[in-house]
Design a protein around this ligand. Structure first.
Ligand SMILES: Cc1ncc(C[n+]2csc(CCOP(=O)(O)OP(=O)(O)O)c2C)c(N)n1
Length: 288
């Protein structure tokens, strides 16, 4: 990971819309991290128009209005296929999917697993507040056991949460990382690495929910950054399993847990190679 940090984001990335997230919501910091990551890439020669996003529906999805890059405000659970569609439409774009934990691990679960298999060259940033927050706090697959809510029969989630990083590893995802929303500088660096990764890059962003999942707030004391990316799956699994997504005193590792290179989805489309090689804008540049 690079040492330098960027303090200020490029103001071109701001929009005129008033932000309607709750005061204190870490989504503000995820937005800031995304702006810092894109600013850093712009400083390295990328253009603002080289990026596009797809979002799901939820509190996280509102980022579509606050980040000035092109994109598609998609459907709940469908940020990943929407992002893949954008990539296949113009493979020269760097596509970012912003999604919620409900979006990704509940309604959109199948897309997450198959994206791992196909290895489309997109980056997925999951705002994991362990709750369906826009719809007022129903449990998602990552909500902790005992999560108090209005839909479980006894008012509490009876089952253990899934560990999305384990799922990512077993789905063959080629870049797997975890970040802390409260630390935009480090999150930006991880996002930057994810965007540069050739293949499907998944960044799980641990996020508090200041209204509907208060017990998970303030876990920073349990978090630490990995010094280096594990080189074996055994090592990666050991670190991933330190945190089981229940509330406890266990350590929560942050950083890149896994990275490997495999042919991407786009590599398998002969039609796309001309577009990629000649950097033409999308399919209209195709010679028929
Ligand atoms: C197909 C579909 N199913 C369900 C909904 C209802 N819905 C809208 S937002 C939302 C919760 C989003 O939760 P999550 O993805 O975790 O994002 P958060 O609000 O926590 O950021 C749900 C269930 C919907 N809009 N569309």
């Amino acid at each position: 990971m690079k040492k330098e940090t960027i303090d200020q984001h490029d103001k071109k990335l701001d929009t005129k819309y008033q932000i309607s997230w709750c005061p204190g919501c870490p989504n503000f910091r995820i937005l800031e991290a995304a702006k810092l990551a894109i600013t850093s890439l712009i400083n390295q020669g990328y253009k603002q128009t080289d990026f596009a996003m797809a979002t799901g529906i939820g509190c996280h999805g509102k980022i579509f209005d606050y980040l000035n890059i092109s994109g598609f405000y998609g459907l709940h659970g469908r940020a990943i296929p929407t992002a893949i569609g954008l990539k296949l439409g113009n493979p020269n774009l760097n596509i970012i999917a912003f999604a919620g934990d409900g979006d990704t691990y509940s309604e959109g679960l199948q897309h997450f697993i198959s994206a791992g298999k196909h290895n489309a060259d997109i980056a997925l940033f999951v705002h994991d507040n362990q709750s369906f927050s826009l719809t007022t706090g129903q449990p998602t697959p990552t909500s902790e056991k005992g999560f108090k809510n209005k839909i479980d029969i006894h008012g509490e989630k009876p089952t253990n949460p899934i560990n999305p990083l384990m799922l990512a590893l077993s789905s063959g995802i080629t870049f797997i990382a975890r970040a802390n929303a409260r630390d935009p500088q480090q999150t930006a660096k991880i996002m930057e690495q994810a965007i540069k990764h050739k293949g499907f890059a998944f960044v799980e962003i641990i996020q508090d929910c200041v209204v509907f999942n208060v017990p998970i707030n303030n876990r920073d004391k349990n978090m630490y950054y990995l010094d280096k990316t594990p080189t074996t799956k055994e090592e990666a699994i050991k670190l991933i399993q330190e945190y089981d997504y229940n509330i406890g005193d266990g350590k929560i590792a942050l950083g890149v847990f896994w990275q490997e290179q495999r042919p991407t989805l786009e590599d398998q489309f002969p039609q796309l190679q001309n577009i990629i090689k000649n950097k033409v804008q999308g399919w209209k540049g195709l010679k028929r």
